[in-house]
Design a protein around this ligand. Structure first.
Ligand code: FAD
Length: 285
């Protein structure tokens, strides 16, 4: 049986890392999911003047400091994207493409996605539109798919899909050098709308249309309500109380995903509260 962690933390930005150090200090077994850069938003900040003790640093400097801090505490990040979290009473199951993890408490610190959903994205979710290529790839064996990739990591998923699907179109929503297999067709155009009847039929772009049975929208984060079924939202953010507890017992949230202001110290502070609340529930049990 796989290890059941005390606390699983989804997201490696300031909220998630703050939750991680606080839970670790309280001797809880933790697992943290995120990415190598910790947070794209951290990497992009040219100058940060409002993080106490670090006046005038760049976001990259701050990231290096965070790295030093968590490494000193033997905290590792698992570079995996969680696609679903299921509350199963006493514990949670967290699904990655081909495996799962278990934890008694979960802290959602997934940040906020500013890009708007495509027209038709929500309507066709589960009917040809998907947020996870590796999870749904088998459904598209020998079929045509289009991938709207919002980050370099989506290229890995595109390469994986191209081994299963008959034809893969890749629509990058960022600029970089591509590392894609030759069979993948890169389409530099702006996606506008997903259309179909009962199922997805095509993706309409500004300059052309692509007929496809599957359309994958790969962003840094999955919308929270898709990530955790039954999660209560309020004006686009996860609804929490002062303990950072969501409507789902044992599931906490912290950082940008809970609402404005979108700021580092607010995120780190909420990460701490979420961790201490989770620890308190574990200890009271
Ligand atoms: P994020 O930093 O967004 O981190 C979330 C992490 O979770 C990401 O790494 C993401 O990949 C990961 N994740 C999401 N979903 C999953 C999943 N399903 N599985 C695994 N991992 C997942 N704030 C300030 O206070 N001062 C500033 O000077 C400042 N400057 C900024 C400049 C720029 C250009 C930008 C974009 C933002 C700036 N901010 C600033 C805002 C600040 O970056 C955010 O408020 C802060 O990063 C929020 O932290 P967070 O931990 O909530 O989320």
């Amino acid at each position: 049986m796989s290890e059941r962690y005390d606390i699983a933390i989804i997201g490696s930005g300031p909220a998630g890392l703050s939750a991680a150090i606080n839970a670790k200090i309280r001797n809880k077994s933790i697992i943290v999911f995120g990415n190598e850069d910790f947070s794209n938003k951290l990497m992009r900040a040219p100058k940060v003047d409002n993080y106490l003790g670090f006046y005038g640093v760049t976001g990259k400097d701050l990231k290096d400091k965070f790295k030093e801090h968590i490494s000193s505490m033997d905290i590792n990040i698992i570079y995996e994207k969680i696609n679903n979290v299921y509350a199963l009473g006493e514990y949670f199951t967290l699904m990655v493409a081909d495996k799962s993890y278990e934890a008694k408490k979960v802290i959602l610190s997934t940040g906020i996605e500013f890009s708007k959903p495509l027209k038709g994205e929500e309507k066709f979710l589960g009917r040809g539109a998907s947020y996870c290529a590796t999870c749904d790839a088998p459904l598209y064996k020998n079929k045509t798919v289009a991938i709207v990739g919002y980050n370099e990591e989506s290229q890995k998923e595109a390469n994986f899909l191209s081994e299963i699907a008959n034809k893969v179109y890749y629509i990058p929503m960022y600029k970089c050098k591509y590392d894609l297999l030759d069979t993948i067709e890169i389409v530099e155009d702006k996606p506008i709308e997903i259309v179909g009847n009962l199922k997805v039929e095509k993706l309409i772009l500004k300059e052309r249309e692509i007929e496809a049975e599957g359309i994958f929208i790969l962003k840094d984060s999955v919308p929270p309500s898709e990530l955790v079924p039954g999660l209560e939202m309020e004006e686009g953010h996860i609804k929490v109380n002062r303990d950072m507890l969501t409507n789902i017992p044992g599931c906490f949230a912290a950082g940008d995903c809970t609402g404005k202001p979108y700021q580092y110290m607010k995120a780190a502070g909420e990460g701490q509260i979420a961790a201490l609340s989770a620890v308190s529930e574990l200890d009271n049990k």
